[in-house]
Design a protein around this ligand. Structure first.
Ligand SMILES: Nc1nc2c(c(=O)[nH]1)N[C@H]1C(S)=C(S)[C@@H](COP(=O)(O)O)O[C@H]1N2
Ligand SMILES: [Mo]
Length: 374
């Protein structure tokens, strides 16, 4: 495809940065007041600073897991930030991941998340038996009604299937300490999960023998086991163009667990039925020259999973990340048209397949109207 068309070059140059500066993430936070809006003194009392943060790792009193020890505030054994940093010296990992809310179409932001694998902290309790699930929640103004909780099978925490990065206790985003707004000092980050699994302002990990989820997000008719889907969306599509002129379009795609093989676009006169639309391949843009995201020195942090030491991605597109795409549509004659875009995932499924249902995450095909006039 010809990417040298000057209007298309302008549209590509105007794309958002690949990584999102931490303060430009879209925020999805509950709480009255929002934990990140508390004054500094209250943050200190609440354990919402690196100096005062404590994490309890306990057995569920109702469905106990047998643990040798628990990490509790009462006994003074709760994990503090220096102890987390000590684990980080040995076990820290970094990986790129897009944060997407299951209920919002557009990703909230794209980042490099750094943390200690959750399993390292679970193992400090020396679990013996009857451990089937991990619940976790964060600071919620000491009001049970405000609790935001999520959960994972213990197997996902102990072992990383399908070459996924580990579930982490995250303390850095794009090379800087995790801000209060992003859930700092420490949040959970679940690589393949939608945002609700990545609980912010983490204070409690509860090891349980219960076998099922008890996520806050189950209440909203959400599929709480869903992993990230592959889908495409537009960034710039002209609402009206001149007849006889090529049409530049750009967009992004989220690359889910199933990977991405193609982005395709179609444009048809509104009088032509959708069943007759013709899909053509768009161009998947390669790694950007500038990564953005306020990365220190603009560089990918050393030993980020999926990147070589030089900062070059080992594969492209990267799973659980984002790509940008561009296409130049041929000149058209006067009329009202509908533009659509879709992904073909790594297994050959055309969006919205293989998981078309809304409860497990947004993947409806986007359409945009384009008017062509003399
Ligand atoms: N404690 C807590 N953690 C939370 C939430 C919350 O309301 N409270 N929202 C979740 C949801 S639904 C999403 S989509 C992500 C959003 O992360 P962000 O605000 O850093 O973009 O955080 C998750 N973690
Ligand atoms: Mo969300």
């Amino acid at each position: 495809m010809d990417l040298t068309n000057s209007a298309l070059v302008r549209a590509i140059n105007a794309l958002e940065p690949y990584f999102t500066p931490p303060d430009q993430f879209r925020d999805v936070s509950r709480g009255k007041p929002m934990p990140h809006s508390l004054p500094d003194a209250e943050k200190r009392t609440a354990g919402l600073t690196r100096e005062t943060w404590r994490l309890e790792v306990i057995s569920d009193p109702e469905n106990p897991a047998n643990l040798r020890t628990q990490l509790t505030q009462k006994d003074g054994t709760a994990l503090d930030f220096p102890a987390l940093m000590k684990l980080a010296d040995k076990h820290a990992v970094r990986f790129a991941k897009v944060m997407t809310c299951l209920n919002i179409g557009c990703p909230l932001g794209m980042g490099i998340w750094e943390g200690v694998p959750l399993r390292e902290v679970v193992l400090l309790t020396q679990p013996r038996e009857n451990l089937r699930r991990v619940f976790y929640y964060g600071f919620h103004n000491d009001d049970p009604k405000q609790m935001f909780r999520s959960s994972l099978p213990i197997d996902r925490v102990l072992e990383d299937p399908f070459d996924l990065p580990p579930v982490i206790l995250c303390y850095k985003l794009n090379g800087s300490w995790l801000t209060s707004e992003r859930g700092g000092p420490v949040r959970m980050v679940v690589p393949e999960g939608y945002g609700f699994k990545s609980v912010k302002w983490l204070t409690h990990v509860v090891l349980t023998n219960l076998f099922h989820a008890n996520d806050t997000y189950a209440d909203g008719n959400n599929d709480v086991e869903s992993w990230l889907k592959t889908f495409a969306a537009t960034i710039s599509v002209p609402a009206s163009v001149k007849s006889g002129e090529s049409i530049p379009v750009t967009g992004y795609a989220q690359v889910g667990l199933q990977g991405l093989s193609k982005v395709q676009v179609s444009i048809r006169l509104n009088s032509v039925p959708q069943s007759a639309e013709k899909w053509v391949d768009a161009e998947i843009l390669g790694p950007p020259k500038q990564w953005g995201g306020d990365l220190p020195n603009g560089k990918i942090p050393a030993e980020t999973m999926g990147f070589e030491e030089t900062g070059k991605p080992r594969s492209w597109p990267m799973r659980l990340a984002k790509i940008h795409w561009a296409a130049l549509l041929p000149p058209l004659s006067n009329g009202d048209y509908t533009f659509r875009c879709r992904t073909i995932d790594g297994k050959g499924f055309a969006q919205p397949l293989p998981r078309p249902y809304r409860n497990s995450g947004q993947c409806a095909i986007e359409s945009v109207e384009i008017k062509v006039r003399d």
